[in-house]
Ligand binder design. Sequence first.
Ligand code: FES
Length: 173
Amino acid sequence: MSQAGTGTGAHEPSAAAPVFEGAARRELDAVLKKYPTAQAALLPALWIVQERQGWVSPGAMAEVAEVLGLTVAYVKGVVTFYTMYHQHPVGKHFAQVCTTSPCNLCGAEGVVAALLKATGCKRMGETSPDGLWTVVEAECLGACGFATPVLVDDDLIESVTAESVPALVARYR
Ligand code: FES
């Protein structure tokens, strides 16, 4: 899957604040109890960060490294390996469009163009000026029989067409 771009997202202002305080620290402590080592809890710890900040900032990587007793380089290696972790601020809604060949043959390019137009994103990977949307291309989303699939946040929406995009976007306003 493609990684998010560098646009300014709705979550960015909180990115500098420590994450693991209060409820987030309690959530992390609960996660740590489920794993044999702190290192094994790295992926859920990064999810806690992303759920709260919208992305995993360099500062958050350092904080995760500190609380789990890992090196920043190790944490960064994991964040950069898994494309579901955002390395840049993204919009409130993160839309991934499958543009792999089978979906492309069924009109994925038109879906992408319609999504960019309906969301106000200037180009793929950039966040819309209102901070609501980031649209990226993705490799196969595992819904090849339902071209074109679009993953909006955690919602997989199948059989999206250029014509159905405006109604799809309206559902998330
Ligand atoms: S090729 Fe598009 S979902 Fe598989």
